[in-house]
Design a binder for this molecule. Structure first.
Ligand SMILES: C[S@@+](CC[C@H](N)C(=O)[O-])C[C@H]1O[C@@H](n2cnc3c(N)ncnc32)[C@H](O)[C@@H]1O
Length: 243
């Protein structure tokens, strides 16, 4: 797959722990919920048990590689894993099976023209009346105040790579309209941020984001040369100084 994806430096024990920490101590304090309450509340259906698909899931193998799936016996018995490329139509047996599709943090894997393509492929998995919940982040929302020299270097090096591989450097700001244009109705947008959190949580979320930022920029250097940051040591030097 010709993928722009750069979080490809796992898995190892440290990377797995980083991802767990990121879910519990960065994303959940900011988002505060796994699903919007009206969607969660609507999951109890009279005629079938609720079915939820988490696409682009994974806290272990961070590459797109089904051989790194957790073994079935290690999973709760109401969870199953299926291989699937969000940029290809899903197999027949998975179509129209799900009440909720959840997707989180696909930005690193999508080129500019692939957001709508992914939304269209996802639609075929939904039952009538089902919901797509897509959470993502992007450069327009990643900042520090005041912006430091090191933060600007990280950001500009990542944006340089994103642009070179055809990613949308303003994503996910067009996601709502891309979803609407893909035929979804009753669409809503919520914006979360960490600036309103108590200081200790705000610092933790910033630190955890920079742990990801380190891996992202190193993954970028593994794939291409940068005119802004040249080596893994330089990435470490920059990220260590971002507070
Ligand atoms: C940044 S991780 C997010 C993982 C998880 N959703 C979370 O929020 O912690 C991005 C995930 O997208 C997956 N991914 C990237 N490109 C994909 C594609 N074309 N189809 C399906 N999954 C993909 C990667 O394998 C990885 O697991």
């Amino acid at each position: 797959m010709d993928s722009p994806y750069t979080l490809t430096r796992g898995p190892d024990a440290g990377e797995e722990q980083r991802l767990h920490n990121q879910h519990y101590n960065m994303w959940m304090p900011v988002a505060k919920q796994l699903l919007p309450p009206h969607i969660f509340g609507g999951l109890v259906k009279p005629d079938h048990p609720p079915a939820i698909a988490d696409l682009a899931t994974g806290t272990d193998g961070y590459d797109y590689d089904p051989s790194k799936f957790i073994e079935a016996f290690e999973l709760p018995n109401n969870v199953r894993l299926f291989p699937g490329d969000i940029l290809k139509p899903f197999p027949e047996q998975l179509r129209a099976q799900y009440d909720v599709i959840h997707v989180r943090m696909l930005i690193l894997g999508l080129k500019a023209d692939q957001w709508a393509e992914a939304a269209q492929n996802i639609k075929m998995l939904l039952r009538l009346g089902g919901w797509l919940v897509w959470e993502d982040y992007g450069h327009s929302g990643i900042t520090c105040v005041p912006v430091t020299k090191e933060f600007a270097l990280w950001s500009n090096a990542e944006v340089q790579y994103a642009r070179s591989v055809g990613r949308d450097i303003t994503a996910p700001m067009r996601l709502l309209s891309q979803i609407q244009e893909s035929g979804y109705v009753n669409c809503h947008e919520s914006i979360y941020h960490s600036f309103g959190l108590p200081e200790n949580l705000r610092k933790t979320t910033g630190r955890l984001f920079m742990a990801a930022a380190r891996q992202i920029l190193k993954g970028t250097l593994d794939k291409t040369e940068s005119t802004i940051v040249k080596s893994h040591d330089e990435v470490d030097g920059i990220v260590d100084k971002v507070k």
